[in-house]
Design a protein around this ligand. Structure first.
Ligand SMILES: [Zn+2]
Length: 323
């Protein structure tokens, strides 16, 4: 189930914890060091996908024996299409993807780096079928990480939250997820990001629920704040596109304050700067029930998603997943 799979450890330049069987763990060790990943991307044969001005270099680590290459490349193309839909173009000029084959029937963990070029190392089970690739969210999540500048460690929640928030939106934009699925996951997942009574601001948090879902709550609230402050003229997507263009993606190192200021300049507001200051420094416990009511989305007694198109933010909710 997808929500459980989100518990797979996704790293951002950190050490991934490997809970996989020994065979996978040994294969992973070969490229655990990011220098080895960059070396493989430079030296091993690559399949190059051209997307407008951008190119994606897919390297099958050591030949990735057992993997269906055509299937893997279709999966990469589809993920790239989701990113292109969201950002208006593929978000980085050069992206390296190291695909490491291992046992299993699904996409495994992944880690993304930027300091020596935008790149991701990802583990793929040789028994993963078409449905497993269709369900996969990990690759789009990692690609989203490359679109924004790298941030200091204290702001990891902004990066994980952004990838958690944008990934299903981008996939919904190309029809890989339905709006129902996106909102169901948000309604079920975001409560995991609400701070406990004894927790403070988001900066420096290490708690998994807060890093991913707490960060996603921030970006959903940013979506609402920009919409309200501009009477619907600008969107979070506009802000993130500007941030992507000005930074060139995760090869750049920015402080979070600059990221917010550039996003606000695109939208003509100060929404992001205000929201960031509040979340970073002190405990913000959002009323998620009220937020979803205003967006006009909820779950009925049977657990099915129901929409209310008369809700005050229903138009925003619909615009989030439309192209
Ligand atoms: Zn991540």
């Amino acid at each position: 189930m997808r929500l459980d799979r989100r518990a797979v450890v996704l790293g951002l330049g950190g050490a991934a914890v490997d809970a996989a069987p020994l065979g996978v763990a040994l294969a992973a060790l070969a490229y655990d060091n990011p220098e080895d990943m960059y070396g493989a991307l430079r030296q091993q044969p690559a399949e190059v996908l051209a997307l407008g001005e951008s190119r994606i270099r897919v390297v099958f680590a050591d030949g990735a024996p057992g993997l269906d290459r055509a299937r893997v490349l279709r999966w990469v193309q589809t993920a790239a299409a989701a990113l292109t839909a969201y950002f208006g173009h593929y978000p980085v000029s050069d992206y390296g993807l190291l695909v490491i084959a291992g046992p299993g029937d699904r996409v495994g963990h992944a880690t993304t780096f930027g300091y020596a070029g935008s790149a991701t190392r990802i583990h793929v089970g040789v028994d993963a079928d078409e449905a497993a690739f269709h369900r996969d969210w990990v690759l789009v999540h990692e690609m989203v990480h490359t679109a924004l500048p790298d941030l200091p460690r204290r702001a990891l929640w902004l990066q994980e939250g952004n990838a958690t928030y944008v990934e299903p939106v981008a996939r919904a934009m190309i029809g890989q997820l339905t709006p129902d699925e996106l909102w169901r996951e948000s309604i079920l997942g975001m409560p995991r990001g609400v701070p406990g009574a004894d927790e403070g601001g988001m900066d420096g948090t290490q708690a998994w629920g807060r890093l991913y879902w707490g960060g996603a709550i921030f970006w959903l609230m940013a979506e609402v704040a920009i919409y309200r402050d501009t009477s619907g003229r600008s969107s979070l997507r506009d802000a993130l596109r500007r941030i992507n263009r000005e930074s060139g993606g995760n090869r750049a190192d920015w402080p979070p304050e600059r990221l917010m200021a550039v996003g606000d300049a695109a939208a003509g507001t100060t929404s992001l700067q205000h929201l960031y200051a509040a979340f970073a420094e002190r405990r913000v416990a959002p009323d998620l029930g009220d937020l979803f009511r205003q967006l006009g989305v909820g779950l009925n007694a049977g657990g099915q998603v129901v929409f209310d198109d008369k809700a005050p933010l229903a138009a925003l909710r619909r615009s989030i997943t439309s192209r």
